[in-house]
Design a protein around this ligand. Structure first.
Ligand code: GFB
Length: 321
């Protein structure tokens, strides 16, 4: 399919077939909710037991059969800093396989438009802040999540290459750290925000005198609610057709130790906070420059405090609650 002048016919219609890869994950389920709320009726999804995205033949057979018009590539093997550093081979192999098979089959079967979702960890560990899209590949990556970052960078480059050689309208977006419904609360594999909500809650419930924070608490992180991300993704799928990828964030960050105090307050935990400095700090900072996104016409709206309070409210069904 050759990239032609984008016309009215190319805009994502409510009756177009849309494949959300990774629809049970935190990002995929948020995009699915947004599309359903907008009135889209032809939404296609497969669980990982129905379709192993690491199997090229199965992915191609699926595209052959379903012929989606649009694809949100939100399927990935994801995790926090410890999971990334522990399962390095799986983070590289699974993500390379999943994204390569979906991007290639989307090309073979004439998908109108594909959105590839990456992550803010693609940037060099010590890049200037806030992170501009042009800083990609200008320095060494953070060791703990290098396999995942390399896979995501390969996905960006694959979308660019398929646009250049085949005229595919494949776009890439790089969200900052995310939180929200369907997050992972496994204390070894999760990201910091859900981990601290669970630790402070269990501390309060079981009267535990102190909660352990990994690392020094000095790194800074930016957090975006996944419903904000999903809204940005649907907006950009309808309006953004350029070659370059886009950062998606809120444009402000917080030191981990302050995040801990905020979550402690929201949960109502009254004990102490101690530091396990044997655990890695990871990247000192990864604040996204969101000026390209702002120019594209989208801005985040859910504040960190209201977002965390809303997430905490929704956890009552968890077995550890
Ligand atoms: O969220 P997190 O695991 O991932 O860690 P990254 C962020 C910071 O929080 C690190 C600290 O400095 C952690 O040491 N932290 C403090 C904790 N307490 C905890 C805790 O109980 N659990 C966790 N997990 N962290 C990830 C990348 O990096 O960012 C992924 O590894 C992905 O590939 C993701 O890019 C968005 O923000 O450091």
């Amino acid at each position: 399919m050759f990239l032609h002048q984008i016309t009215e016919d190319d805009l994502m219609k409510l009756t177009d077939k849309i494949f959300i890869a990774g629809h049970r994950g935190m990002v995929g389920s948020a995009i699915l909710r947004k599309l359903e709320q907008a009135g889209h009726t032809q939404l296609i999804s497969r669980t990982s037991s129905e379709l192993d995205l690491r199997n090229q033949q199965d992915v191609n057979d699926f595209f052959q059969k379903e012929k989606p018009d649009y694809v949100f590539l939100a399927a990935a093997k994801v995790g926090g800093i410890l999971a990334n550093d522990t399962f390095r081979a799986e983070f590289l192999y699974d993500n390379l396989m999943i994204q390569s098979h979906i991007i290639h089959s989307s090309y073979l079967h004439g998908v109108k438009k594909l959105m590839f979702l990456g992550s803010s960890c693609i940037y060099p560990k010590l890049a200037p802040q806030p992170l501009k899209e042009e800083y990609l590949l200008t320095g060494l990556l953070e060791h703990t999540n290098e396999p995942y970052a390399i896979a995501k960078i390969a996905g960006i480059k694959m979308c660019e290459a398929y646009r250049a050689q085949y005229g595919c309208n494949f776009i890439s977006v790089m969200p900052t750290n995310l939180y929200g419904p369907n997050d992972n609360y496994d204390l070894q594999k999760s990201h910091v925000l859900p981990a601290l909500i669970r630790k402070f809650h269990e501390g309060k419930k079981n009267n535990i005198p102190s909660v352990v924070l990994w690392g020094t608490g000095n790194p800074r992180r930016e957090f975006l609610h996944v419903d904000d991300l999903a809204e940005a993704c649907v907006f950009l799928m309808k309006t953004y057709d350029e070659a370059g990828f886009l950062n998606i964030g809120r444009g402000e960050d917080i030191p981990i130790k302050e995040l801990a105090l905020l979550i402690k307050k929201i949960v109502g935990y009254e004990g102490e906070i101690t530091h396990d400095t044997q655990k890695p700090d990871g990247t000192p900072r990864k604040l996204m420059d969101v000026s390209k996104l702002t120019q594209a016409g989208w801005k985040a709206s859910i504040s960190l405090e209201e977002g965390i309070a809303q997430v905490y409210e929704g956890l009552k069904d968890k077995e550890w609650y």
